[in-house]
Ligand binder design. Sequence first.
Ligand SMILES: [Zn+2]
Length: 443
Amino acid sequence: MQDIITLKVLSAVSENGFSLDELVFQTRELFDKEGLPGFIGLILRLTDEKICMQMVQGKSEYSQPCCSEPRYEYQGSLSRRFRTSVGIVAINWRRLRCCNCGRTNIPLRDFLGIDLYQSKTLELEKMVTEIVSEQSYRRSSNHLGSIGNIPVPKSTAHRWVAQSDCDQMDDSGETFDMLFADGTGYKRRPDKAAKVNNRGELRVALGVDKSGSIVPLGAFSGKSWDEIAVVVRGERQDGKPIADMLVSDGERGIAQSFAQSCNSHQRCHWHTVRDLNYTMWQDKAKKDERKKMQKELSAIIGIELPEEDFEIVDGSDKKALAESVADAEYDIGKLIKKLYDKGYVTAGDYLSRASKNMFSYVRRWLLTGIVGPRASSMIERMMRELARRLKRMAFGWSEEGAARMARIIIKRFTSAEQWDKYWKKKLMIKGNVVLVLRSITAN
Ligand SMILES: [Zn+2]
């Protein structure tokens, strides 16, 4: 009955017209009473009417035809409610029955491309994921409640994020310019029976492609670097490197698991200098001596690449640069000997391991002209941000929950553009809504 009345109103509108005052008055009343969801509901109602009317009149086909000669008649309506970022949108969509084959369908549902059991919009899912990845689930659901009246309880937000596939990582199989890997601690859910304490570690791998864009390759918890390397390698055939150069902070596991999957390996200078202090401290060296050795090391390893393009730098300068690498390696050898002579064995061992990959960035430049980093500061920044956000998100993560959230955070952090692109594709934004509105008013 309601449907027929609305139809009559609609036809009265198009035949006799209405005044601007009336339109403003009615629209304001609709907004006051039902807000934005009411307005969206109205548009859906008009769209439903238009589609169904045309189908019943045999004028058009919005869904796959049910048979060769479909003839439709109204068969009641169903009420549906959707959670959206502007609130609950409630509609009654019509059901049509084909008199020829007897099948029923819901034209508006097909038109909108909504799944059978869908109860929320994807744009809301995107918004929830973004808010949740900034702060705790509990705070998020309060926050969602306060913006635009979105009733999304904590448990629901949690489930949405857990079920979403928005944390998928790059699996293009390309060879990156650079590979970074690092870890950061977080408080995980302890399990006494399984002897799991609350100290979890999140491990992240990032690639930098030829154009300089950062591509997240994975975030893991409770996995060894070997296991992680297998995942990051993915479908790459043996011999196809993950990246031209691995830049590592010197954690042994990272180098062992990834170095053979990259053409070369650069130790982070900053970490090497820092860890020299730490290892000397382990060897009980005094503070001023530690500082002195750090200073010496910094002076040796600080070889600057020429600022000019590779092609412009002339051959003799390149030769001089290669010689300065040889000199620096000789000087590090002397420094290592000095450490051993003073009985600083831990520091000596450490520096002799680290020295092997100290000047890969210079060799690579001499070979290819590509300027690469000699510090892992880029991933450091990422890891600090990750640790900061995870800390804000309350404690007691499951391993998988933390890794998933980390993937979402690094995806958003490394490339907001990619993140938006992913959602845009999923949201099927075609730019047709304007057309729908226009065609309703034109009829
Ligand atoms: Zn049919």
